[in-house]
Write a protein that binds this ligand. Sequence first.
Ligand code: SF4
Length: 746
Amino acid sequence: MNRREFLSLCTAIGAAVALAGCGHPPEPYFVSQAQAPEFYLPGIAQYYATTCGECAAACGLAVRVIGARPKKVEGNERHPVSHGAHCLRAEVALQVLYHPQRLPHPMQRQGGRLVALSSWDAAIAALARSFDRGRGLWITGPLGGTAGTLLVEAARRTGSKIWVLDLAPSVAWRMTSVVLGGAPRLPYLDLASVDYVLDFGSDFLAASALDNVRHGFEYAKFRRGSERSRRGVMVSFAPRMTMTAASADIWVPIRPGSEGFLALALLGLLDGTAPASLGTVPPGQAAAETGLAETVIHRLAARLRRANRATALAGYDASAWSNGFWTLAAIGALDRTLRGSSRADWDPDTLLPLPGQPMLAPSDVRIDTRGAVEALAAGHFSSVWVNGVNPTWLLPPKTGVAAAIGRVETFALTPFLDETAALAAWVLPTSSMFERWEDASVDAPTPVYGLRQPLASPVADARGPADILLDAFASSRRLRGLLRDVGVAVRRAPSHRGGADTSGDAGDGDDSPPTVKDLLRSRFHNGSEWARALERGGLFADAAPGGSRYAEEATLPPPLLPAGSNPLPAGKSFWEGLSASPPTPATAQFVGTGDFRLLPYPSPIWNDGSRSNCPWIPETPDPMARAVWTTWAEINATVCKKLGIERLDLVKLTSPAGSIVLPVLPVPTVHEDVVAIPIGLGHTTGGPDVEGVGSNPSVLVEPVYQEGTGELAWGATRVSVEKTGKKGWVTTFDQRVYGKRAMFAD
Ligand code: SF4
C-alpha cells in the first residue's frame, strides 16, 4: 500500500465511522416538507375549529396544531352548545390520537389468533361479503350525521338490525317523551329559566349523555339567578350522592326504585295530570315506599307551589331499576306539570340524507337490548359489526353476548384492541376524530351542524367508520348501486361543480366513488360557504358576540346564519317512529337474596370505560371519592359500623351472577340498602395501562330487562357482603401526586 492508498483508506474508514455514528433509527413520524400536509407552516401554531366526537353532544372545539400535529384542545367560545368549554374526554382524544397501543393495521383472525394485514383490501372485501349475506347486527353507540345515515342504509338494504348500546337511559327518556305526548327526544335542561330543581339522580353536571358541558353553563345561570330575582334552589333525591347531588342544597338518600312513588305523590298534591296508566300514589304510600316522612312530602309540595317555575329531572340513578321506565314517566309527568308548555327537548341522533336519496324513517332497523341478546343467543345473525363500543366487556357475562360474538363472523371497528375486538374475526382500526372527515347534527333549541376535519397527518393506517362503509359499499353487490347513485348526485352538487371554492381543493370532476368529504361538501351551495363552515367548525349561530379564546392568533369568520335559523338539511331522527305503551305502576324487583341492592354506576370520569386505557382517564380523581386507578365498593358508613367493616377492608360481593372482591369505602353518601360500584375499570384487554386495573361490576349483574323498554336494568340485582379478613387499598390522587395518605370521610 502506498501513501496515497493509505490516506484514501483512512479517509474512507473515517467517513464510514462518522456516518455510522451519525446514524439514527428510522424516524417513523418524519414529515417531509415536500409532502407537507395542507396549510402546514413549520413551527407556527395554527388553530382549527372542529366538532368533538367523543360523545353525542357535539361541542365546538378549537385545536392548536403545530407541524400537522394537534397539541392542545380548547373550546370554541362562539359555539352555542359548549360556549368555549369542553370536558376531559375531549382532551383525552389527543391521547387516543397518539396512543402507543393504537392499532396500526387491520387484523384478521387466522389459526385462532389475530394477524396484522399489510393492506385493507381483504378486510374490506370480507365486510362487503358480510353485507351481501345480510341478516347482520350492528352494535353501536349513539349515531347521527352522515355516518349514521350510511350505517342505517347498510342495515336497511341488507335486512340487518341496529342495536344502540348506551349506559345512559336514552331509550327510556325517549319513550317517556312519547307516552307523555311528545316526540322521541331527550330532555333539554333549560335550567336558566327555573328557580327550583328536583333532581332524581339525573347527574346532569357529570353525565355526558345529558350534555354536561352545556349544563354547566345552565347550572351557573340557575345559581346566579341572573334572569330571576333570586338564586335557584336544588334538592336531590337519589340513593347515591352523585356529583350533581353533591352540588344540591339538600341531598335526600331515597330508597332505590321508589323515586316514581314520590313523583306521583307530588303530582297528586299539585293537582297535576298524567296518563291514567301511571296510576296515583297517595302521600302515605309514597312515604312507605321511599322511607321519607309524609310531612316531608307535603312540605315539598308546598315549596314547589311557591316556586316561580320548577323542574323535575331524572337520570341513570332513577332508571337503573326494573321499574325504571315507569319511574322516568312519573318524573316526566311531574316535570310537565311544573313547567307547563315551556319544556323543550333535543336530539343528537339526527340522520342527514345522502345526496340524491330520499330520507326514510329508520324505525324498521332498530332492535332493543333484550331483542338483540335473545336473537344473538338463537343464532339469528350471520354477522356482527361492532362500532365504537365494547359489549363483551360492558355487558354482564350472563347475557351471553361474548359467547355469541365468538360464534359469528364479527367485525370490530375500534382504535384499540379491546375485549370485543379480541374475539372478532376482523379488526378494522378506526381513525381519531382529528384524522377524519365527519359531521354531526344536533337538533335542539339551538340547532347545530358540526363539521369534523382532519387536523393531523395520519398516525396509523386507520379509517373513519364512514370511510370504511363507503369502501365496503363499493365492493358490495347489494350496496354498490346506492354508492353509484350518491356519486352522481354529489357530482351534480353546486359545491362540487365549481363556484368560488376557496378551500384549496376544487371538485374532482371524475367518476370515482364519492368520499366522505365529497358527501359533506355537497351539502353546501358553493365552495366559499364550505370553506367558511370549515373555518368555523360547522354551521351554527354564534353563542354570544365577541372574540374567542384563540382570537389573538386566529379569527373566526361571522356565522353563515342569522341567530335562531335552522341550518340543518332536513334530516330525521334515528328514533323517529319509536313507539311505547304507557307503563303501569310497578315496584322495583331485585334478583337474589343478598342484603344489599347493587348499583353499578357510570363513573363521571371513566364513563362507559371505553377510554380507560388512556392514562389521563384513570389518572383523574373521581370527584367524590378522589380515587384513581382503582375500583371500590361504597357502603353506608353506619351500616359498615354495624357489620364491623372498616375502611379498605376487602369484602367479597356475591350475587346470583358471580362474585368479586373489592376494598370498601364506608361513606355517608349512599343509602343504607345500597352497594354502589363505579363502572369503567376491570379490563382484561387493552394494553398495560388498563389490563388488570380495578374490577368490572358487571360480573355481578343479573340480566334483567326493564318493563316497557327492553333495556338492561343495571340495578336489579341483590348482593351479599362477606368480610375476607384482609385489607385492600384505594389509591387517591393525593397519594399519587403528593404521597399523602388516603383522605376519605368515614
Ligand atoms: S361533552 Fe361530549 S362532545 Fe362535549 S367536549 Fe365532552 S365528550 Fe366532547
